[in-house]
Design a protein around this ligand. Structure first.
Ligand SMILES: Cc1cc2nc3c(=O)[nH]c(=O)nc-3n(C[C@H](O)[C@H](O)[C@H](O)COP(=O)(O)OP(=O)(O)OC[C@H]3O[C@@H](n4cnc5c(N)ncnc54)[C@H](O)[C@@H]3O)c2cc1C
Length: 285
């Protein structure tokens, strides 16, 4: 029988770590799932002035967290969640793997590059956040990818293995790919347009007919990850205890809105963990 965790924490940043650390102290059986450990937003900070007891850059901050993590026996399971199915038992899928839990804490942060206008409207109708999940649907077609950083180059190459042409809109300098059917554009498209499905991307000059648009970046909109989740734009609507409109689903950190700060993210991670604990205790009694 497949293992059922008490809680799955999705997101490898400070909010997710704080939730995982708190769940450990509460003796809950938790899985901490993240695309990367303490990503760019932590490591790239030039100097952290506003987090208690940290005087130094982001990389020093990340080292301190890693030291604590090892001492506490906390492990990050590497994986990018592509869907969270809510219910009595939650299912989280990540690149072909699936994990079960009685509660989930969403701590996936926000994307620095921002959404393309119209993207959410066409979600599931030609807009996708996962090349591996949906790439094969576009065999022989002309598609676009809006690519936040070089680390997604492999996913663009993967798409090019199916598509006739991939127009890669790269939001970083020096983009390069190996496949000939990838056309590089160094601009952010203005809008996704279409009827029932995606039909075109509107650019600064003119438009480009495409059958699909892949948005490849660190944080997909939470509504794309969890069906039925109440959001306002890119942010999850939460109560003060971190609970969302879906019973058993909690959220913490940048994904719940401003201020985008480490201390707020860590604090919300802790609150969400305690709320998940109370939710589970309520179910058991
Ligand atoms: C350059 C820079 C400097 C900054 N300096 C400061 C500072 O000095 N002080 C301060 O207070 N704040 C600072 N910030 C803001 C701070 O980085 C954020 O507020 C904080 O990192 C938010 O933490 P988080 O855990 O909510 O999100 P994030 O740090 O964004 O972590 C979310 C993690 O979840 C992962 N993820 C996303 N989607 C999925 C998925 N589907 N499945 C699995 N994993 C996923 C991402 O890869 C990411 O690692 C800075 C930000 C930047 C960019």
């Amino acid at each position: 029988m497949e293992k059922i965790y008490d809680v799955i924490v999705v997101g490898g940043g400070i909010a997710g770590y704080s939730a995982a650390l708190t769940l450990k102290s509460l003796k809950r059986d938790a899985l901490w799932l993240g695309a990367e450990l303490f990503g760019e937003k932590l490591r790239a900070a030039e100097y952290v002035r506003n987090y208690p007891a940290v005087c130094g850059n982001g990389s020093l901050f990340a080292d301190r967290l890693e030291e604590q993590m090892h001492r506490e026996g906390i492990v990050l399971t590497k994986g990018r969640a592509d869907a969270v199915y809510a219910g009595e038992i939650f299912t989280v899928t990540a690149g072909g793997e699936s994990y079960l839990a009685r509660a989930v804490i969403l701590a996936t942060g926000v994307s620095q590059t921002g959404a393309v206008q119209g993207e959410e409207e066409f979600l599931g109708q030609g807009v996708s956040y996962c090349a591996v999940c949906d790439g094969a649907l576009y065999r022989g077609k002309v598609i676009a990818a809006v690519v936040a950083s070089q680390k997604y180059a492999e996913e663009v190459e993967y798409l090019a293995g199916f598509a006739n042409t991939v127009h890669a809109f790269c939001l970083y300098p020096d983009a390069h790919f190996s496949k000939d059917n990838i056309v590089v554009h160094m601009e952010k498209p203005l809008r996704v347009e279409g009827g029932m499905r995606v039909e075109r991307l509107v650019l600064r000059e003119g438009a480009l007919d495409v059958a699909g648009v892949f948005c490849l970046r660190d944080a997909a909109p939470p509504a794309a990850l969890v069906g039925g989740l109440e959001t306002q734009g890119a942010q999850v609507v939460i109560a003060r205890d971190g609970s969302t409109n879906l019973p058993g689903l909690f959220a913490a950190g940048d994904v719940t809105g401003r201020p985008y700060q480490y201390a707020k993210a860590a604090g919300e991670g802790l609150v969400a963990a305690y709320s998940a604990q109370a939710y589970l205790a309520g179910k058991q009694s």
